[in-house]
Design a protein around this ligand. Structure first.
Ligand SMILES: C[S@@+](CC[C@H](N)C(=O)[O-])C[C@H]1O[C@@H](n2cnc3c(N)ncnc32)[C@H](O)[C@@H]1O
Length: 203
């Protein structure tokens, strides 16, 4: 079965577009088959973007699992001086996000495969609608990889559906040393706010 998180989707290309309408932003985004939520901007993504505080104005920011880019492009619009890293395992998503950023003239978006971010980069904000469907072990590995790269004052905001395990994810994060709390709750979605782990700053 095809998944939206395949590295190289085999599904034939079926280009489309969606609109992202937020109080501060109106964007048309190109989509395609083989990527996440190609028919409309996901509800969880929209709730995240309507709930998060403004990102830091400068520095490096991360959209973890960018898809066609609604989160990365919103970060870049709200923090035009910052560098926004948009990463994904799915190459079709990375290309779409790069193209959408170019069309919107958001030239500080760096849309790259997950293995192409220089190792010294640290993030003052991470926003993500994480790929819960990759399974718990892979999800934990992915989050640990990127949360350990928060700056000391950095914060991550993650949107997770309650029935897909937001409470147990929050517990796991706290058990691993990342302070995680519920920042907002809307319909079946929870926004988790996660701080930097002291142990990661000592390295
Ligand atoms: C729920 S979708 C969100 C996509 C996009 N941010 C949005 O809001 O429409 C999760 C994304 O994470 C990507 N993904 C899956 N495994 C990943 C990993 N290990 N590292 C980074 N991204 C991953 C998927 O390909 C997918 O695009």
């Amino acid at each position: 079965m095809a998944h939206y998180f395949e590295e190289r989707p085999q599904t034939a290309s079926r280009p489309g577009s969606v609109t992202l309408v937020l109080p501060d932003l109106h964007l048309r985004l190109e989509t395609d088959s083989g990527v996440f939520s190609p028919e409309r901007v996901d509800q969880g993504t929209r709730i995240l973007l309507e709930s998060v505080p403004a990102p830091p104005a400068t520095g490096d920011l991360l959209d973890l699992g960018c898809g066609y880019g609604p989160i990365a492009l919103t970060m870049a619009s709200r923090a035009p001086e910052a560098t926004v890293w948009a990463v994904d395992v799915n190459r079709r998503s990375v290309e779409l996000c790069a193209r959408n950023a170019r069309t919107a003239a958001l030239d500080k978006v760096r849309s790259v495969h997950v293995d192409e971010v220089p190792s010294e980069v640290r993030f003052s904000a991470i926003w993500s609608n994480p790929a819960i469907r990759i399974g718990k072990a892979a999800l934990h590995e992915m989050l640990a990889r990127w949360l350990s790269r928060l700056t000391p004052d950095g914060q991550a905001h993650l949107v997770v559906q309650k029935h897909l395990g937001s409470d147990s994810l929050q517990r796991w994060l706290n058990d691993q040393g990342w302070p995680a709390e519920r920042a907002a709750s809307r319909s079946s979605y929870r926004i988790l706010r996660v701080g930097a782990r002291p142990a990661d700053q000592e390295r």
